[in-house]
Design a protein around this ligand. Structure first.
Ligand code: FRU
Length: 495
């Protein structure tokens, strides 16, 4: 049964979705209209990959959360499906918050999400009540389970929170369902709780997978937990982080914890912890495993702090990163755009051994929907260059640049002149590791974003730009002598 609230959202989509298609990024997921945040339920279902997302169709601001819905066969070309969930029950009337999805053995599609309602406490204040709920469907329509919620605050360990208890990531393992859920522990900081179930309707607490102990931020949102290249990896999105060097910036951040899970205590024994993305706009990543065994991650390409800062005439807000293939290298999480992107490459242009020592541009190297690979090395072995810069999405007054400075060993991304009429965070800097003084960068440019992959995916940095689509120029500059190889493809997709 489609509720009145869900039908209203679907009718709204039918009425307005087609208006803005020429304003959207070409190959990054958006809601098409309204507001989106976290990816949800990113998982295979019946031979395709489904992606849901936190969604408020009616305005470009956050509102009572619905789940929007898309599916794809190749992570680049997406088919839009009608909104899947609306806040229409007593237990989720303030929002259907983030969660996951799984294909059941009998072919049904199960969504697990956080139902949010409000309660008034004895002291008169109003707080969230967050519980975990499920809905079952066929890939288009979903029915909320009659005995929701399936996990509530009575199943959190002592000292745990019923206010901050959200974002279940569900998967199947050895015939059991498992879920990792964000919670706030007694010390006020985040913990990831593990639950198990035989049928996805009756759950049991299993243990604490990891806890912040106020080390990496406070509440941990949006966990994902999976095996990768012989290790266990936990992704979390902490709120209220404090800065740690160039590694973590203040506010909402993303952290990956790599190690091995202790089979008895269920705890993840950490071996390495680092940021997932070093740019400005990246949050709440979710992963899935493809049929050919790849672990693919997608994230909200946005930053909560700046989410109110958008050009006044925008008719959609929020986009996802490109889906990225994950691997572990030297104890670090590496990420590269899904290989399917290569099927959309056209018009290859390459240059080799270009000497950059002042401002130059190169014939054929321009555009706003691009896949560019660069190799940069010293042009003069007896004197190291001072910096190398690439300017993107450039016109007479606007540009976005990426700079590498050998003396500090850091990359800086700077979108100060990228169309934002706000005094917000526009710059990030982070150290990179070079082999033989050679820096490799891959840059994916779409209408409203830049994604940078450094040294074959060892680090990534994502950021949103609102530079007008006509700003297509690209140029290079250096102080000192830099030798550069470049390979550029246009990215083309007809929708
Ligand atoms: C993270 C988050 C989640 C929550 C959702 C609400 O961005 O705060 O914890 O489920 O957004 O939209």
């Amino acid at each position: 049964m489609i509720s009145k609230e869900l039908q209203t959202a679907r009718d709204f989509e039918d009425a307005y979705l087609h208006f803005h298609t020429n304003e959207l990024p070409k190959f990054h997921v958006t809601g098409g209209i309204g507001w989106i945040n976290d990816p949800n339920g990113f998982a295979p279902y019946k031979g395709e990959y489904h992606l849901f997302f936190q969604y408020y169709p009616y305005d470009v601001t956050w509102g009572p959360m619905h789940w929007g819905h898309l599916k794809t066969k190749d992570f680049i070309r997406w088919e839009r499906l009608p909104a899947a969930l609306a806040p229409d029950q007593e237990y989720d009337k303030n929002g259907c918050f983030s969660g996951g999805a799984v294909e059941m053995p009998d072919g049904r599609h199960l969504l697990m999400y956080t139902g949010v309602s409000k309660i008034r406490r004895d002291d008169g204040t109003v707080v969230d009540k967050q519980t975990q709920c499920v809905a079952i469907g066929d890939g288009v329509d979903y029915e909320k389970y009659e005995n929701n919620p399936v996990i509530d605050h009575t199943m959190v360990p002592e000292g745990g929170s019923s206010i901050d208890f959200r974002d279940p990531k569900i998967w199947r393992e050895n015939g059991m369902y498992r879920a990792a859920i964000g919670n706030r522990s007694e010390d006020g900081s985040g913990a990831i709780l593990l639950y198990k179930s035989v049928d996805a309707f009756h759950w049991e607490f299993e243990g604490v997978l990891a806890a912040s102990h106020n080390q990496y931020g406070r509440m941990w949102e949006c966990p994902d937990f999976f095996p990768l290249d012989g290790k266990d990896v936990l992704l979390v999105s902490p709120q209220e982080m404090t800065a740690i060097g160039f590694e973590f910036h203040p506010g909402n951040g993303t952290v990956c914890l790599i190690g091995r899970q202790n089979a008895e205590t269920k705890e993840l024994v950490r071996e390495n912890v680092h940021a997932i993305d070093y740019g400005v706009d990246f949050y709440a990543p979710q992963t899935l495993k493809t049929e050919d065994g790849r672990r693919v991650m997608i994230a909200w390409m946005q930053n909560w702090e700046t989410s109110a800062c958008k050009p006044g005439d925008m008719r959609f807000f929020g986009q996802m990163t490109l889906p990225r293939e994950l691997s572990l290298r030297e104890g670090r999480l590496c990420q590269n755009p899904v290989r399917e992107l290569e099927n959309y490459r056209e018009s290859k242009i390459t240059y080799q051994n270009v000497m950059v020592r002042s401002d130059i541009s190169l014939a054929g190297i321009s555009g706003r929907h691009l896949d560019i690979s660069l190799t940069v090395r010293p042009g003069n072995m007896s004197e190291m260059y001072k910096y190398f810069r690439i300017y993107l999405a450039k016109d007479g007054e606007r540009y976005t640049y990426i700079r590498y400075k050998p003396a500090t060993g850091t990359i800086r991304v700077d979108r100060t002149h990228s169309g934002f009429p706000y005094d917000i965070v526009n710059v990030r800097e982070f150290p990179v590791r070079l082999k033989d003084d050679t820096l490799k960068m891959r840059i994916i440019l779409d209408r409203c974003s830049v994604e940078l992959f450094v040294n074959d995916g060892e680090q990534a940095a994502s950021f949103v730009i609102y530079t007008p689509a006509e700003a297509e120029a690209i140029s290079f500059s250096a102080e000192g002598d830099v030798l550069m190889d470049i390979e550029k493809y246009d990215l083309s997709i007809d929708r």
